[in-house]
Design a protein around this ligand. Sequence first.
Ligand SMILES: Nc1ncnc2c1ncn2[C@@H]1O[C@H](COP(=O)(O)OP(=O)(O)OP(=O)(O)O)[C@@H](O)[C@H]1O
Ligand SMILES: [Mg+2]
Length: 323
Amino acid sequence: MGHYSLTVGLSNADQDVLQADVLASFGWAALAALLAALAVGTDLAVRVQARMTVTEATAARIAQGDLSARLPITGKGDDLDRVSQAVNAALERLASVVEASQQVSSDIAHDLRTPLNRLRINLLEAAQKLASGENPEDDLTAALAQGETIDQTFTALLRIAQIEAGARREKFAPVDLAALVADVADVYANVAEDAGSSLAWETHGPMWVMGDRELLTQTFANLIENAIRHCPPGTAIALAVQAEGEHVTASISDTGPGIPVAERDKVLRRLYRLEKSRTTEGTGLGLALVKAVTDLHGAKLILTDAAPGLRVIMQFVRIHGVA
Ligand SMILES: Nc1ncnc2c1ncn2[C@@H]1O[C@H](COP(=O)(O)OP(=O)(O)OP(=O)(O)O)[C@@H](O)[C@H]1O
Ligand SMILES: [Mg+2]
């Protein structure tokens, strides 16, 4: 018997085909994934670029002073949306502050035209008298007084602006509001009596707040002067300082004509006076200073009815631990 050897072989052809198929599928899949990623990436880049272009253009408009411009919000709530929302909110606040200060400047310009016109008329009349050989002394005296009033008005306006700027907050120290109010009332008791009115005060001290003694004294002086000046003789003026929880509440009431509800916000503005007070002495800056000082102290200022009369309430934050 001869020797035979049997060689069993398996063709690689199928495997090769399979491998090629697998490789090819992987290749296509990789290519498809790459293309998809590229497409998504490009789309994203284009969108971000478009938003950045709009953002840049908006920033340029704002830089040129257009405070009505707002950054676009897509509503997706992504990081860019959140930043844009914060910037838009800041712009909203800025626009309202700028608008308010523009209003203040135009109010001031409008209100100062009257005393400036009076000054011009006084000087014109003095000039006419001089030309016709008359004595212009009366008109010149009136012009001088008018000039002084304008100067005082500007000084008071500047003072209010400085208080609003907030620098005086650095000088804050503990102040016993009960003692301060008693001191101011003591000084004004005779003035009220001379005007035929009465001034009473009730304080349960000490009542400590953080503040500026000089400005607080000026505030209470302004309010007492108002109650004397804008109320008829026979008015009873009452001051009180008391603790209310974490607050120190100071109030001043009178039994005068009061301020109508619709005017209570307006009288806090610079130079605003009720129609009937146009002929009384004053510039209309007393309550604007009171508002600036209470704001500086973080205190609440409320004008309300004393039925009859006006009640002004100021609510300060109380501090403890002062000897
Ligand atoms: N106690 C009050 N009773 C009635 N009206 C008041 C009283 N206090 C203020 N007013 C009204 O509010 C206006 C504004 O007051 P404010 O103190 O700001 O100005 P003024 O007293 O007229 O002038 P100034 O205080 O600058 O000398 C007054 O002109 C007056 O019409
Ligand atoms: Mg006043």
